[in-house]
Design a binder for this molecule. Structure first.
Ligand code: PLP
Length: 512
């Protein structure tokens, strides 16, 4: 087992270090020639934009800033540091060539207010990326604007709404169907777009129960949101039948592309019968994840829905690329400018460097790795692979610790926290909700056989501990920067402190 011990620094915030008048850089004085040319800024700047006192910025030297953030990074964990099998999130390695491209001056210094004629290269890159996504998914057109998968879902369900409104059955079509193992963002997006959410149960094979679906689908059904492979890692093999059932009622089929890594290059949502698709570029196409952004969740549609896509759409007239705002039926604008451009550059770089064969190969290895792990882990005492354990998985597998909990009191969260001690990011826990004590594990194609075997050894060690010294697990993690958190307090909005302003306000409230 690898020795792992995370750094622990007791650190003040960046605002609490440094001293007045200390600075990491020297800004040039306002040039006297320029001052003469433009005049005194205080005479022409709008009064409400002028500050009466300098902004309250940290005053630190360069080395103070560097050490501060280096220490913080040592207390975090990333995919560049170790195995990160967070199921459904596809935390695969982000190749550094993507960074090199995204850090070119032409990308870094571009401004969204530049005239179209001066940003033809950027528009061409986005146009070509859309064309590749169209080819990869079998859709007709794509908007690159959404900043996350959930944002793509919201745009997609608004498109669903606009389509039914356009066809004058919005009043009667007010329900969106969602399987019981869907990600929470699916019902949230449908509800935000104004639909009622109806849950469809899964059958004993871990797929949608077709008979239940037939009973639930009605004239009121506006659409079905589905991820395929689903969140158990199982491919919904009846997808063509599902699409037929929905389409016969005039409903649309929405594809949640979060799990696309297991099928890319093999099968296309368009060919399965989906009408609307979102892809999470920060998952499948190896761009960095962010907490709610800066990700990218492009949304694609079939030809009939093209007119509803958000504006502007990037078009090519044979000579130049341009932003098309002239779209009467569009759901409108869903974010500032044209999407997270530097993330799009990284995805472009990934697809370009991988090529069609490379993408297909990546999906094959991702599936091989997930199946290898599912078989090895399900054979360890205390762990099981629920729902048709003979059936191959795609991108991920969900292991249940239910037996271990019954026999030793050790729960999925204890296993996850003990993995931190071995230098592994915990898998996704307690999702999907239909599996008791779930650990959802997605190795991705970028992990080696040695890394996978290492994880198997850790699970074997954890199993031994659970049946001999469970307290080691119940008190884990022992080797990380922070040990067990108060989980209720950590997620309570009144105690969660997310910014310096909140910190100051909370300090104030405490004093009062
Ligand atoms: C199945 C599924 N759908 C949707 C999402 C939402 O995607 P995002 O995190 O990009 O908003 C996730 C996130 O992990 C997911 O796993």
């Amino acid at each position: 087992m690898k020795e792992f011990r995370q750094a622990k620094w007791h650190m003040p915030t960046i605002f609490e270090i440094g001293a007045g008048d200390r600075s990491g850089c020297e800004l040039p004085k306002l040039d006297s020639v320029l001052r003469q040319a433009i005049g005194d800024p205080s005479t022409f700047l709008p009064k409400d934009l002028m500050r009466t006192s300098p902004p309250n910025l940290p005053e630190t030297s360069e080395v103070e800033v560097l050490r501060h953030f280096t220490k913080l990074s040592q207390m975090a964990f990333g995919v560049d540091e170790g195995f990160y099998p967070l199921g459904s999130c596809t935390m695969k390695y982000n190749p550094k060539i993507n960074e090199a491209l995204a850090n070119l001056d032409e990308v870094n210094w571009i401004h969204p207010y530049q005239d179209e004629s001066t940003v033809q290269g950027a528009l061409e890159l986005m146009y070509k990326l859309s064309c590749w996504l169209i080819e990869i998914t079998g859709m007709h057109s794509f908007s690159l604007q959404p900043s996350a998968g959930a944002h793509g879902e919201f745009a997609g369900t608004l498109i669903m709404r606009a389509y039914h409104k356009h066809n004058s059955h919005l009043e009667s079509k007010d329900e969106v169907l969602i399987p019981d193992l869907a990600h929470g963002t699916n019902p949230a997006s449908a509800a935000m777009a104004g639909f009622k959410v109806i849950i469809i149960p899964s059958g004993i094979d871990g797929c949608i129960d077709i008979e239940a679906l037939k009973n639930i689908v009605s004239k009121r059904t506006a659409g079905l949101m589905l991820t395929n492979p689903n969140t158990l890692g199982i491919f919904e093999k009846e997808i063509v039948e599902i699409s037929k059932i929905l389409h016969e009622e005039g409903a649309l089929l929405y594809y949640d592309g979060a799990n696309f890594n297991g099928i890319m290059g093999k099968v296309r949502p368009g060919d399965m019968g989906f009408d609307i698709v979102h892809l999470n570029l920060h998952k499948t196409f190896s761009t960095p994840h962010g907490g709610g952004g800066p990700g990218s969740g492009p949304v694609g549609v079939v030809e009939e829905l093209d007119k509803f896509l958000p504006i502007p759409l990037i078009q090519y007239d044979g000579e130049k690329y341009y932003l098309d705002y002239n779209r009467t039926y569009s759901i409108g604008k869903i974010r500032g400018f044209y999407g997270n451009f530097d993330i799009l550059v990284r995805a472009f770089s990934y697809i370009l460097t991988m090529g069609a064969e490379g993408l297909e190969n990546a999906a094959e290895i991702a599936v091989l790795n997930a199946n290898y792990l599912s078989k090895r882990l399900a054979n360890i005492k205390g762990f099981e692979l629920p729902y048709d354990n003979e059936r191959p998985r795609k991108h991920e597998c969900v292991i249940s610790c239910s037996k271990m909990k019954r026999e030793t009191g050790v729960q999925a969260k204890n296993v996850a926290k003990r993995l931190i001690d071995f230098g592994i990011h915990p898998p996704t826990m307690y999702f999907p909700l239909i599996i008791d004590e779930a650990l959802m594990i997605e190795p991705t194609e970028t992990e080696t056989i040695e890394e996978l075997e290492g994880l198997v050894d850790m699970f074997a060690e954890i199993s031994k501990e659970a049946y001999s010294t469970p307290n080691v697990l119940l008190e884990a993690p022992h080797n990380s920067s922070f040990s067990q958190m108060d989980e209720v307090k950590a997620s309570h909005p009144r105690t969660l402190c997310l910014s310096w302003r909140m910190h100051q306000r909370m300090k104030h409230e405490k004093k009062d």
